[in-house]
Write a protein that binds this ligand. Structure first.
Ligand code: HEM
Length: 310
């Protein structure tokens, strides 16, 4: 049988590819003879994916809670994926930076606008029951959420305001981690003792976080932005995109989350305690937390009023 010229060309290209990595092309071609044709369900792994939703109660709305959290984690993964491509790009251009930043922003926009699934999508009565089986766990323990923060901004912007003056680039990472803003949610403010929420989280992720903090110390979105040509850093559309991302993560999403918490935890006669045990009403509001990834891109007035008008 004579082969078409295109087929010969493909075979030559394959030969070249496999020679480069010291592989026998014939063995790989033979492998194709035995390989299974791909299907949607094998490729997407739908069976595995749809078997990851295990309820702890018999309340149907717990399924909404589990699935929506899982969707969030998948989107967090996509966000980290895009940030990594900016952070470790050796030939970073403004066009590339902006296009990835827009992708990241779109993901966070989607997380913010869909948060109603949490607020309106579950019956308060059911939520108040199944949440008791979740104590002392909380979304607070989402490691990917923390990683997005580490990868977005300079570490100093994530340090609790009370300790910022005592921390600089020479501070050991472990010490910085002890003074991150989110420590406040997991410490008894009278005794300073860590709650299970925080100590469980750190036992599982502390070392990973320290490695991650080091990795993004000089490669986070802000440092990479500052490496772009100076006139590009002033580009109106790029600055707008940076501000949009900052605001979406640190005000819009935070408020959507806060409103959902308020809807459930303030629904009864008495205020309910958070499953993680934080003083959530104060801790979670952006006007107290004042988490800002790119403070240089906001005016003094905007910084002073952060989270006030929502
Ligand atoms: C009914 C829905 C939800 C309620 C009532 C709720 C409530 C809370 C509360 C009270 C906290 C404070 C920590 C604590 O004491 O537990 C918290 C933290 C947190 N939750 Fe949620 N949450 C909800 C849904 C979600 C979802 C869908 C996600 C997405 C992964 C999420 C991610 C987080 C994160 C990342 C934190 C830490 C935020 C920070 O440190 O500023 N939560 N949540």
């Amino acid at each position: 049988m004579s082969l078409k010229p295109e087929t010969n060309q493909l075979l030559n290209q394959l030969e070249e590819k496999f020679n480069k990595i010291n592989q026998d092309t014939d063995v790989h071609l033979e492998g194709l003879l035995h390989s299974k044709p791909i299907t949607y369900w094998d490729y997407i792994q739908t069976d595995a994916l749809l078997n990851l939703q295990t309820q702890r109660t018999i309340l149907p709305d717990e399924m909404v809670f589990i699935v929506y959290h899982q969707i969030n984690e998948l989107i967090f993964k996509m966000i980290l994926w895009e940030i990594e491509q900016i952070s470790f790009n050796d030939n970073l251009t403004t066009v590339f930076f902006e296009s990835k930043l827009m992708r990241i922003s779109r993901y966070f926009d989607m997380l913010s606008t869909s948060f109603n699934i949490m607020r309106e999508g579950m019956e308060v009565e059911q939520y108040m029951k199944f949440r008791t089986t979740l104590t002392p766990a909380s979304g607070f323990q989402s490691a990917q959420y923390r990683m997005i923060e580490f990868a977005s901004t300079e570490l100093i912007n994530l340090i609790d305001y009370r300790f910022r003056a005592t921390i600089d680039r020479d501070t050991p990472y472990e010490h910085a981690l002890e003074h991150l803003y989110w420590q406040a949610a997991g410490k008894d403010y009278k005794t300073g003792k860590k709650t299970s929420l925080l100590s469980n989280f750190e036992e599982r992720y502390k070392e990973e976080f320290i490695r991650f903090m080091k990795k993004y110390n000089t490669t986070n979105l802000w440092t990479r932005f500052k490496e772009l040509p100076e006139e590009d850093q002033k580009d109106v559309d790029l600055v707008k995109a940076m501000r949009h991302y900052d605001y979406t993560v640190n005000v819009t999403w935070v408020m959507a989350h806060y409103n959902a918490a308020n809807h459930y935890l303030n629904s009864g006669k008495e205020k309910a305690e958070a499953t993680g045990g934080s003083e959530w009403a104060k801790y979670m509001h952006p006007k107290y937390q004042r988490r800002i990834f790119f403070p240089e891109l906001w005016s003094k007035e905007e910084l002073d009023n952060w989270g006030n008008n929502v």
